[in-house]
Design a protein around this ligand. Structure first.
Ligand SMILES: NC(=O)c1ccc[n+]([C@@H]2O[C@H](COP(=O)([O-])OP(=O)(O)OC[C@H]3O[C@@H](n4cnc5c(N)ncnc54)[C@H](O)[C@@H]3O)[C@@H](O)[C@H]2O)c1
Length: 429
């Protein structure tokens, strides 16, 4: 099988690059992975997996013979025609996407009619056109270019790669688009074959829409708190309408992660730079910022001043089943709590190491029950399954206070109240 499949290069071995590389190896391709992080490459060569992602370790182990790791892009160029680009595109201070890593990769590709860049990194609409313009100026017109945005979700990335809702391939003609379509063919996913700019916009618009849905239900939750409705009931009733659907209608303390905040901001800035004020996204971002802070108001309601109080945070990662701490709500929450004079004790099953690099002044516990010892309040920040299975009478016995804020509306209010604790959800009765 491996002889028949196109070998590929994957530039950038982070969440997207490594999962995609392992996924394509599983489908039978030889995969030549490149990263500028020499330590990461060394670890990958030793068979270590630098990120936490369910199923990834097994997938990499199963396909180790087809996967090659290097810091030198020449290795990928020598063995493959298609170079999947999966480098980071973090936000700049202006909110635009930082494309310096993308440009570094594009600059390292020589003039060659036998190679093509396949853009998996999320980039502003217009990036492909501007790269092609630069290739033209550099005499590299023969290079192929395909936009193939990635939709996998951290926490279920392996499954998402192998069972995508759709595959989007945008190109302006040439051999490379067809070759990418061929690579994905065994997955039998609906294919959106389009031009480069539209493919780029599908990705940005999809993330912006999902973020909008979250901020929308969070505002409904806030209105529920004022009017006596329960947002969980409201979302259930709304979600059964198949024009709306039940997903992304869980009210909580806001979205985080490496994608939604930066992609929403990047689309807003892209619109602004093109002369259009994207009002809706301005509100989506502002609602999300305020939502993280509503927990503080809830704690004040029950505890008064937070000075000298002890607060436990259950979960730090931006969502369950990942160790990714980028833009996690816990970062804002822990900083706000400390600014108000509270002591913060936190527990996360996998993200502690990443969190230690980003937050200071908080105490890390090695179990949920250790975190809640003698605290005045407990806040569920990330809905890891182990928190959903807690015995709340044990928690009540360990806490000195009695306030539980369910920042994800994931806990059972009856079980918490039955343990003699005060339950506060987001938009719940
Ligand atoms: N993480 C997600 O859930 C997700 C989902 C869909 C799309 N995306 C997009 O995919 C892209 C990658 O995201 P990620 O989360 O995998 O990022 P990441 O930060 O986890 O990984 C990026 C990797 O690229 C490497 N790199 C940087 N510059 C390089 C260069 N010049 N040459 C080779 N390697 C280089 C880094 O060392 C790092 O290992 C971003 O544009 C992101 O928006 C991410």
């Amino acid at each position: 099988m491996s002889q028949k499949r196109e070998p590929i290069g994957v530039i950038g071995t982070g969440y997207v690059g490594l999962v995609s590389a392992a996924g394509f190896a599983e489908l039978g391709s030889e995969v030549w992975c490149v990263d500028i992080d020499a330590e990461k490459v060394e670890r990958l060569r030793r068979g270590e997996v630098p990120i936490y992602e369910p199923g990834l370790e097994e997938l990499l182990a199963r396909n180790a013979a087809r996967m090659h790791f290097s810091t030198d892009i020449a290795d990928a160029l020598e063995h493959s025609r298609l170079l999947f680009v999966a480098v980071g595109t973090p936000p700049t201070y202006s909110g635009d996407a930082d494309l310096s890593a993308v440009h570094a990769v594009a600059g390292a590709i020589p003039a060659s009619k036998d190679h093509a860049l396949v853009m998996k990194s999320t980039v502003p609409c217009g990036t492909g056109a501007s790269l092609l313009r630069v290739f033209g100026e550099q005499g590299k017109d023969a290079l192929g270019y395909v936009s193939c945005p990635e939709f996998l979700k951290e926490g279920s990335a392996v499954d998402d790669f192998l069972h995508p809702d759709r595959v989007v391939v945008g190109d302006d003609g040439g051999w490379a688009g067809e070759a990418v379509v061929e690579l994905y063919a065994p997955l039998q996913a609906p294919l959106v074959r389009t031009d480069v700019a539209s493919a780029e916009m599908v990705k940005l618009a999809s993330n912006a829409f999902l973020a909008t849905k979250i901020s929308f239900i969070n505002e409904i939750a806030n209105v529920c708190e004022e009017t006596g409705a329960d947002v969980v009931e409201v979302a259930r009733g709304m979600g059964l309408d198949d024009r709306i659907g039940p997903k992304f209608l869980q009210a909580g303390i806001g979205f985080g992660g490496s994608c939604f905040p930066k992609d929403v901001d990047a689309l807003k800035q892209l619109a602004g730079n093109s002369g259009y004020h994207f009002q809706l996204l301005t509100a989506v971002i502002e609602v999300n910022e305020l939502q993280k802070r509503r927990v503080i108001g809830k704690l004040h309601k029950h505890l008064g001043s937070l000075a000298g109080k002890r607060v436990a945070l259950l979960g730090l990662a931006f969502k369950p089943n990942t160790d990714d701490m980028r833009e996690a709500s816990s970062l804002v929450l822990s900083a706000r709590l400390q600014a108000d004079g509270a002591s913060v004790i936190a527990y996360d099953p996998v993200a502690e190491e990443q969190a230690r690099a980003l937050v200071s002044g908080i105490t890390f516990a090695d179990s949920p029950l250790a975190a809640v010892q003698q605290v005045d309040a407990t806040v569920l920040v990330t809905e890891w399954s182990e928190f959903l299975e807690l015995d709340w009478s044990d928690v009540a016995a360990a806490m000195s206070g009695s306030v539980v804020v369910d920042g994800r509306n994931a806990l059972d209010p009856d079980a918490i109240r039955a343990a003699g604790l005060i339950y506060e959800g987001i938009g719940r009765r």
